[in-house]
Design a binder for this molecule. Structure first.
Ligand code: PLP
Length: 381
């Protein structure tokens, strides 16, 4: 990525930098892959709810997947119509459900029987019928980090397959919910094809089963989870959309009139964002050299939370000679570390460092821990 270094020199660090033309290219690639198919992508706003980014995503024609009342409000204020919004989450409160019904959202992705009962009651009190899809936990191991796998029986999400019949019966018996589909989401940062193929097979099996019972569904929602290349953000700036959508084109047997919905988050926004931070000190220890930067886990928590690694680049110094460093933040936690034994050009106080692929689950997860300021956001145009 070409960073505008002259512009950066004027800006207080740390800040998130978003390459809006890369975001546009990513959105264009998604549109190219789904053109001509009854596919619809709802962007998972939890990956990044930045208003400028939401605006560009809205203009590209994607819908929204939200998981809280706050996200619903962010989507509405970014101009998304209610019928472009799906609402998931295991713990929707009465207030959040009421807000969704008031906004006439496209669909609630329902994760339990008690939740469905509450949606039915609140919709009834408003004289409305709420569309719902049942989130099924397909018991598929996404082979990803245990904190971001969601489709196993032991996870808190969704309805387990053996309980599906009863929940479908309950939905059909309710006056103020309309069952329109099934929803799945098996995890995040999935870079293998196999879990998605297994998901298609599971969905086919359940669709056939429900069809045999006379249950008609108009949407199948296969969630998100497509991973990106954190090691090579420049070589692989665009996620494997062709392959990913190709799996569903090949393996998922949609019925006449059915639509297939996706809820991609990370794959839409991760590569367009970088966290830009300045080197405060270079410190020589007994066995290690440390680069201490002015960004910390309060700005980008993924390394501390998931042992994730973001590619680290010194964008002020390039080439040789190099040195081996641990790159750490200023926060009083040992987990406040962005990389160990990183090979970087000889680095000095004042150099700018880019933590790459930080557009998803970066800025949105920032906190004020240690009473730090939130990082700013800067856009390429
Ligand atoms: C987090 C989430 C997504 C998006 O996941 P990504 O890995 O960012 O694509 C989609 N659907 C649901 C229900 C989610 O919770």
């Amino acid at each position: 990525m070409n960073f505008p270094l002259d512009k950066f020199k004027q800006i207080p660090t740390p800040f998130y930098y978003y390459d809006m033309s890369l975001l546009q290219y990513t959105l264009d690639e998604i549109k190219r892959c789904i053109a001509g198919f009854p596919f619809k992508v709802h962007y998972a706003v939890k990956a990044n709810a930045n208003a400028t980014i939401l605006e560009q995503i809205r203009r590209a024609g994607l819908g929204i997947d939200c998981v809280s009342g706050g996200e619903l409000a962010a989507a509405i204020s970014a101009g998304f119509a209610g019928n472009e919004i799906a609402f998931a989450g295991v713990g929707k409160t009465d207030k959040e459900i009421a807000a969704g019904i008031d906004s006439d959202i496209f669909c609630f992705n329902v994760e339990s029987l008690p939740e469905m009962e509450v949606i039915n009651e609140i919709a009834a009190s408003k004289g409305k019928v709420a569309r719902i899809a049942i989130r099924v936990n397909p018991n598929i191991d996404a082979h990803t980090h245990k904190y971001i796998t969601t489709g196993l029986n032991e996870n808190k999400f969704g309805i387990n397959v053996p309980q599906l019949n009863d929940v479908v019966d309950a939905a059909l018996a309710m006056q103020n919910v309309e069952l329109i589909g099934l929803h799945f989401h098996i995890g995040s940062q999935i870079r293998e094809t196999e879990p998605f193929i297994m998901l298609c097979e599971k969905a086919n099996e359940l669709l056939q089963h429900l069809e045999a019972r006379g249950v008609k569904l108009s949407i199948i929602n296969v969630g998100g989870g497509l991973g990106i290349n954190y090691d090579d953000p420049d070589g692989d700036a665009i996620a494997g959309f062709d392959q990913y959508f190709g799996i569903f084109k090949q393996h998922l047997k949609l019925r006449e009139g059915q639509e297939l919905h996706f809820e991609l988050g990370r794959a839409v926004v991760a590569q367009c964002g970088s966290l830009i931070t300045r080197v405060t000190y270079v410190k020589t220890g007994i066995v290690k050299k440390f680069i201490i930067v002015d960004a910390g886990m309060s700005d980008l928590i993924r390394p501390a939370l998931y042992q994730a690694h973001h590619k680290i680049e010194n964008i002020s110094a390039t080439g040789t000679p190099t040195e081996t460093y641990d790159v750490v933040g200023p926060i009083c936690e040992s987990s406040d570390c962005f990389g160990t034994d990183e090979t970087l050009p000889i680095t000095h106080r004042g150099d700018l460092i880019a933590l790459r692929s930080a557009g998803a689950y970066g800025e949105i997860m920032a906190s004020r821990y240690n009473c730090r300021e939130f990082p700013a956001a800067i856009y390429s145009e």
